[in-house]
Every structure is written in C-alpha cells, then in structure tokens.
Ligand binder design. Structure first.
Ligand code: MN
Length: 446
C-alpha cells in the first residue's frame, strides 16, 4: 500500500501505463499537483491534491509536476516526477517531504528531479515533441508556465529545434478512466460509505429540538474523522425546516425546531474518495402525517429508480421514471392540480423536484465522466459495470409557497444513496444509514 492512498503502488503504475497507451506518439503529458491556498495571513486551507494528478500518482505533496514522455513506443515511455527537495529546516517547520529518492523507490517513477531543475529539464524534454497534453482542471498559472516553456524552445528555432505545435486538453481521457472504478477503488468507496452511514446514524441519535444545526454537523465530522475520513468530501448540509429548501445550504447556524424535519447531505472523504449521502428525518423523532406522506413518496421514487438501475440504463430514462412517479404522487396528494395526463406530459413535478436525479461519484463528489449530454440536454450515457453514481430524488416545498395547502409548506425531503453498477444490476453501497420511516423512528426512539 502506498501511504495514505489505501491502494497498492501497482495500481498507479497501471493507470499511468494505460494512459500512456492512449497518448499520441511523440508527445508529452504534463499533469500538475495542486498548490497550497492561503486561508488567512500565513496559514493555509487543508491541502487537497489535484485529483487528476492524484489519480496518476498517489503523490500527495503540493507543487509537484508529473511528466509522461512518450516517443513512438508505449513500452519505452517514461514517468518523470518533479517534486520538492528534501529540506531539513522546512521539514522541521512544515512536515516531512518524500524527496526524489523515495519517489523513485516507493512511487515507482522512472526518474524524479527537484522542482529547482524543472525549467531546464522540461525545455529539453519538450524539444521536438509533436504535442503537449495537459489535464483540466489545473491552476491557471500552470498553463502560462507551459506556454513559457514552449516559448523558450522557440528561441532556439534556428538551431533546428522545434517546439510542439499542439497543446491538447487530455482530461477526457483521464475522466473516462476515472469513471470506471477498479476493485480496489470500490473497496475504498464501500468503506467511506459505511463511515458516512454511521455518521448519519449518529446525527439521528444526537438530534434534539433546541440544538443548533452546527452541533449536528460536529457529530458528523467527529464520526468521519475518528474513522479515518479526516475531511468531509464537501461542505456538510445540515438544514432544519425550511432551510432544506435551499439546495446547497451550508450556513448550518439555525436552531432545530420541534415538529420540523432535518435534511442532512454529508459524506466523508477517505484516501481521496467521496461518499455522498442524504437523509431527512423528524427533529423530534416522529414524522407528522404530511411529512410522512412526502417522505414516503420520495422514498418510493428512489426505490423505484434504484430497482431499475443496471448496465445499459441511463440517467435520462431514470429521470423519466422518477418524474412520472413523483408527478402522479403529488397529484394524488393534491399538491399538483389539473389534468393528470397533461401534468405527466409536462413533467409537472419539476416545480418541486428541482434538480437532477444523480451524478457520478468517485475522487470528486460530483465526479468526472461524460454524461453525453446531447442537444436536448438528456443524459444518455449507458451505465456499465464499475461505474458509481448517486440516486437522490427530492421534493422541496418552500414555506413561502402559497399555492399549496399550509400543511405542506416548509417541507424539504431528499434521500440519496450511492450505487455501484454490477454485471447483473446494482449494489447499493449505502447500507447502514436508516431510510424507512420505521427504521428512522425506531433508531431515534432509543
Ligand atoms: Mn449528491
């Protein structure tokens, strides 16, 4: 295992070899690590590695650059890392560095050089190559640095040296690789789902009217961190009552009111991989009748979508299934009025189900990978074994919505699970976060 990655180094070597196999002949790919970002004066935000760089290296230091150099033979290609030098004083103050030697022995790069040598080395490596590949997203100044290296080579044009003529964004190649998870990646995603599910359980058990949203957030973060998921994968949404109707609510500073629902959308990050789970439950432990009606409708729609998840299925089709089901359900509850067939044809539930049904999940919480969004913006990508995605229907009725009966107002419900596509169907990775009304009420009664 490579430290902090929970993956064998061979997995990163395979990824580089696979990527190199798809690079054009006589090209070089330059993939940059993330940089540290100032939070306040001389302190930084917790470092988050650039995920494209991390995927190919497992190397977790800032500022490094990976160069994959391919001539006309993949077997002769070289993986070269540029990284920070060992520095006793810096390491005493700021932490240990891997250094160049261990980058070669432990991370299995063919060569590793100090960042101090990068200008000279890269100008030599880039000379007479046909193409340079970079991967978005990358820091803006990195693109400028690439252009500067190319300009440096052009200065020697009269000696016969030629600079690469094309600069290609290779993120599609990487994104496509990242969309299909390996067995070892799936083990990590399973683990972080269990940790995150336990955090949702803890939130339900600790919830009480009069507490503040941030106190429940603290319970989630505790459960993530104590199990090794040191960071949340994204800003936790802990939204009581009408706050649930703000989709990306992260203020988390309101008091929790008796009789209202609490929507929590939170997942930990383990070895770079995210979980993304949403649960909605009554603050006092018992669903009111209108809350239960909306909750059961959303849950039934989610179960319907999950049951239809299998290889060959698409988000577009699942959105249709859930759209029709929610529209019929809202009509039966008297929340949507008019001609049922027309409402279904218009997908009228969109008034209350205001986001898409789900997204890819992996190193990024909204993971990379083409949805094949066509002109009508339909998500036609066929699911295949090894893809991981979320299924997260929701119904949001704002407190200010006077078009519905008062009893529905201020109810916001979302239920989100993480689903792996398998050869025969699916595996629900979100196994320990209570979801039925009975399970939730039983856990909260204890
Ligand atoms: Mn999500």
């Amino acid at each position: 295992m490579l430290k902090n990655t929970l993956l064998p180094v061979a997995e990163f070597c395979q990824r580089r070899a696979h990527f190199i196999g798809q690079m054009p002949n006589n090209s070089i790919a330059l993939i940059a690590a993330g940089n540290e970002v100032t939070r306040s004066n001389d302190t930084e935000y917790p470092f988050c590695q650039n995920k494209q760089f991390y995927y190919l290296t497992g190397f977790n230091e800032p500022d490094a650059i990976l160069a994959l150099v391919k001539t006309d033979d993949s077997a002769a290609a070289r993986s070269i890392l540029f990284s920070r030098e060992k520095d006793q004083l810096q390491e005493v103050w700021h932490g240990r560095r891997i250094g160049q030697q261990r980058a070669v022995t432990e991370y299995k790069f063919d060569d590793c050089y100090s960042l101090a040598d990068i200008d000279q080395q890269l100008v030599a490596l880039l000379a007479n190559k046909s193409a340079v590949l970079i991967a978005q997203p990358t820091a803006n100044d990195f693109q400028q640095r690439v252009l500067n290296w190319l300009a440096e080579i052009r200065k020697s044009a009269r000696t016969g040296v030629k600079a690469p003529s094309s600069l290609i964004d290779c993120s599609d190649l990487l994104n496509e690789m990242r969309l299909h998870k390996s067995a070892a990646e799936l083990d990590i995603i399973r683990k972080v789902n269990i940790i995150s599910g336990a955090a949702h359980q803890r939130a339900m058990q600790q919830c009480q009217a009069g507490k503040f949203e941030y106190q429940i957030e603290a319970e989630l973060l505790h459960e993530f961190a104590i199990n090794g998921a040191r960071q949340a994968a994204y800003g936790s949404i802990v939204a009581g009552g009408d706050n649930a109707n703000i989709l990306h609510y992260t203020d988390n500073d309101d008091v929790l009111n008796d009789g209202e629902l609490l929507l929590i959308d939170a997942g930990g990050e383990l070895a770079g991989y995210a979980a993304d789970i949403t649960r909605t439950f009554p603050i006092n432990g018992k669903f009111s009748e209108p809350q239960a009606a909306i909750y059961q409708l959303v849950l039934d729609s989610q179960n319907l979508a999950i049951a239809a998840t299998m290889p060959g299925q698409t988000f577009a089709e699942l959105n249709c299934i859930v759209g029709e089901f929610l529209t019929r359900g809202l009509y039966e509850l008297g929340i949507l009025n008019g001609d049922l067939n027309e409402l279904v044809a218009q997908n009228a539930c969109k008034k209350y189900f205001i986001h898409g049904l789900g997204h890819w999940l992996g190193l990024d919480v909204h993971d990379v990978g083409d949805y094949q969004v066509n002109e009508s913006r339909q998500q036609m990508r066929a699911f295949a074994p090894g893809m991981v995605l979320t299924i997260e229907p929701g119904i949001y009725i704002a407190k200010s919505d006077t078009s519905v009966d008062e009893k529905w107002r201020g109810i916001g419900v979302r239920i989100e699970d993480n689903i792996l596509i398998t050869a025969n169907g699916y595996e629900n990775l979100t196994v320990n976060a209570p979801k039925t009304i009975n399970e939730i009420e039983a856990l909260m009664a204890r």
